[in-house]
Design a protein around this ligand. Structure first.
Ligand code: SIN
Length: 282
């Protein structure tokens, strides 16, 4: 089936763009989901890689956790402050006092430094700036497929370190968020991973966490990573999503990267995110 063909679903779905994403308009995520809806959402997630659920109301932390659990156990962020009583929830909250906006610096796959990095992330935004605060997503299947065969082959034998201390240490430090017990995960993952559900290959490196390629000389590793970091940011692989209040985005961290645009300072943007555990990349 052509990617742009509309699926035969229990809900309304339409592609967001030819390269990535779909919009779903008539599923109320604050209700329980039945088996048919869940199957259709999973199928759409594998096909479109990022789903945007529109026409939503604000989902309570309990329901957000329940929603995430339909797709797997929930991941707990190794470094970010936890929402009171809901350690599974990562609050996105940027305003005039913010020194950073989460996910704003570069394209990344969430917490790829974990041994078993998250499968997907569900983010709902409740407060938006009047304009700005879009999120960009990039299709890593397309990025892989755009490489020549010899390059695909060369990269397929490589593994890379994904580290976090350089990125997380000090990032979330506040008086109430003591970092002394934080453990900073690191892992080695294939540079090209195979998606466990679709069997498709995707580039799996990102500027936040991927620090070097195993077995290469430092200069060689830098050269290859610089090439990949610039390749994966080609506009052809990207979409840019403009949020409506209470939209829920559900992205696949195994085959997409994303970047939040922090162009709305000093205005406020606020929401909650849960992240679903994944498995070891292969
Ligand atoms: C993130 O990287 O999880 C944040 C995405 C966003 O705020 O749009």
């Amino acid at each position: 089936m052509n990617k742009l063909d509309v699926m035969n679903n229990s809900f309304n779905i339409k592609p967001f763009a030819p390269n990535l994403g779909a919009i779903i308009t008539n599923v109320d995520l604050s209700n329980d989901l039945n088996d048919a809806e869940l199957k259709d959402i999973r199928d759409a997630f594998h096909k479109f890689q990022v789903l945007f659920f529109q026409n939503q109301s604000e989902i309570s932390p309990e329901n957000h956790i329940k929603l995430g659990r339909y797709f797997g156990d929930l991941h707990i962020h190794p470094a970010a402050p936890k929402m009171k009583n809901y350690p599974q929830i990562f609050e996105i909250n940027t305003d005039k006092n913010s020194k950073i906006a989460n996910g704003a610096e570069d394209f990344h796959s969430d917490v790829s430094c974990d041994m078993e990095p998250p499968l997907g992330t569900m983010l709902q935004l409740h407060i938006l700036p009047e304009c700005g605060g879009d999120t960009m997503f990039a299709n890593m299947y397309m990025a892989y497929e755009a490489l020549s065969n010899p390059m695909q082959k060369f990269l397929s034998d490589l593994k890379a370190f994904h580290e976090s201390e350089h990125f997380y240490r000090g990032r979330y430090k506040t008086e109430s968020n003591d970092e002394s017990k934080t453990e900073y995960p690191s892992a080695i993952h294939p540079v090209i991973r195979t998606h466990p559900e679709t069997g498709k290959k995707a580039i799996f490196v990102n500027k936040f966490f991927t620090t070097r390629i195993v077995g290469l000389e430092p200069q060689e590793s830098k050269f290859i990573l610089d090439f990949l970091f610039s390749h994966i940011e080609k506009t052809e692989f990207q979409i840019r999503y403009r949020w409506n209040k209470n939209d829920m985005a559900f992205w696949d961290n195994r085959c997409t990267l994303h970047k939040a645009i922090w162009d709305y300072f000093p205005n406020k943007r606020k929401g909650r995110r849960v992240t679903i555990k994944g498995d070891k990349p292969f």
